[in-house]
Ligand binder design. Structure first.
Ligand code: GDP
Ligand code: GDP
Length: 437
């Protein structure tokens, strides 16, 4: 079930970023940071009164330089229309209602998405009356708040949670492996998908039109059902939004949430860029199975070491994903493209793998003997007992004498031991230490 998305929308300088940071800093939990992965703070996973959602700061989205103000608002509002389930429309209570606010309001009305209106910069209760003039925007009760002081934000979140769609049961085909092709613009995502659709039998979906995203494409390869996720968005919309770099990250984010497998598509010609790391970081956070597809393999000069060198480069740029397989493909010639589906099936299996508790505990006991756990102030971490709590991704809970004694590097070591023993190729694994009560 993908989390709902809440976007903060409004003209420049009303305090969108301030509100975003405030909500994250005080009341919301950020997606855990993965060391070594570059990320932008344009979205965060958030929770309020037991309801989880993604919060997007549209103010954090950069535009091309030639865009003027009007254009920027239009694109932000459009973004919210496309991606959000609910919108926080933020205005500035100190400057009062402006023409630009009305401009934004017009877009939001057309979106037909639920809108909660926040009137910011009302730092004192005595200023709250300034919010009344915003009634005329037609979005119901304006909620006075101060992003800077943190007042009124609880009321705002109450209202947001109220309008979020309740969890609906989307029909999900459990046998199908969901595969998302993600990556920055022009690496060849849609070319790869189109090539696959050309080579494999495309199924007619009996749930077409009933799901939230009718752009998922089912297909069968070698008797296995697959669903290619959210790649048609590129075709549907053209390149306009896709070319805003951060926008493609948001697209990837939505796709990643609903996928078993994420293929991170790289461009053999252009090499690895910062944006690739961001995309990879999101996939890693989401916990899906991951492989790298190096596309446009036809387009570069090669000798017998080229593939090896490229793989080394991937390993150095993505040090925490050494377990993700690399496949060199060409959407243009079709080289190894169907092999990608075999790979998807393999890593989806690893992603869903359960290991025996006895075997798990043997591996950890051996690991503990080979490399002694960390200690602090004369106390040493002791691993008592481990269990696999879940799959997709495989998640292990290790009961210990004191979880505070654990150390990132030791957990890395344990992860490597688990991988050596069980494989887990192409899937992240998670290790949680719990103090045994
Ligand atoms: P954005 O462009 O909408 O993201 O706006 P920012 O978050 O960058 O804020 C614009 C300016 O408004 C900054 O100088 C903030 O310090 C200020 N600001 C934001 N929230 C408040 C608030 O609640 N009260 C006051 N007094 N100033 C605020
Ligand atoms: P997307 O933005 O990631 O979906 O990328 P597209 O699929 O639109 O491809 C971007 C450009 O790269 C297009 O001009 C494609 O023709 C070209 N392209 C895609 N795949 C290949 C490939 O395997 N080899 C070569 N030489 N060009 C490719």
């Amino acid at each position: 079930m993908p989390l709902p998305v809440v976007a903060i929308v409004g003209r420049a300088n009303v305090g969108k970023s301030t509100l975003f940071n405030r909500l994250i800093g005080e009341r919301l939990s950020i997606v855990e940071d993965v060391p070594g992965v570059t990320r932008d703070r344009i979205y965060a996973k958030a929770e309020w009164n037991g309801v989880s959602f993604h919060l997007i700061d549209t103010g954090g989205i950069e535009m091309d330089e030639e865009d003027e103000m009007g254009n920027l608002i239009r694109i932000q509002a459009q973004l919210a229309i496309d991606e959000a389930d609910a919108i926080i429309f933020l205005v500035d209570g100190r400057t009062g209602l402006s023409v630009q606010d009305e401009y934004v309001a017009e877009f939001l009305r057309r979106s037909k998405k639920p809108v909660v209106l926040g009137v910011n910069k009302l730092d004192h209760v005595s200023h709250h009356a300034a919010s009344y003039e915003f009634y005329q925007l037609g979005f119901g009760d304006p909620i006075p708040l101060s992003a800077e002081h943190g007042t009124g934000t609880g009321d705002l979140l109450d209202a947001v949670v109220d309008v979020l769609p309740k969890e609906e049961d989307e029909p999900v085909d459990d046998e199908a492996i969901r595969v998302a092709f993600i990556g920055r613009p022009n690496v060849g995502k849609s070319s790869l998908v189109n090539r696959l659709l050309g080579e494999e039998r495309v199924m007619v979906s009996d749930t077409a039109g009933t799901t939230r995203d009718a752009i998922d494409t089912p297909l069968v390869h070698d008797g296995q059902k697959f669903v290619l996720v959210d790649t048609a968005g590129v075709r549907r919309r053209g390149k306009v939004y896709e070319n805003i770099e951060k926008y493609s990250v948001l697209r990837a984010l939505r796709a990643i949430e609903r996928t078993d497998v994420a293929f991170i598509v790289l461009d053999a010609e252009r090499g690895i860029a910062e944006q690739d790391k961001r995309v990879a970081g999101y996939a890693l956070d989401a916990g899906c199975a991951i492989a790298f597809l190096v596309n446009k393999w036809d387009a570069i000069e090669k000798d017998d070491k080229t593939a090896h060198r490229f793989e080394e480069e991937i390993r150095s740029h993505f040090p925490f994903m050494r377990w993700a397989p690399v496949l060199f493909v060409s959407a243009l010639t079709g080289q190894r493209v169907t092999r990608a589906l075999d790979l998807a099936r393999d890593i989806a299996e690893q992603h869903a793998m359960r290991v025996q508790t006895s075997a798990l505990n043997r591996v950890l006991a051996d690991a503990q003997i080979s490399v002694s756990p960390p200690s602090s102030k004369g106390r040493k971490l002791k691993l008592y007992y481990a269990t696999q709590a879940s799959v997709r991704p495989p998640t292990f809970i290790i009961f210990v004498n004191d979880q505070e004694l654990s150390h990132f590097s030791y957990e890395r070591y344990l992860e490597n031991q688990l991988r050596e023993a069980f494989g887990f190729q192409g899937t992240p694994i998670r290790i949680r230490m719990r103090t045994r009560g």
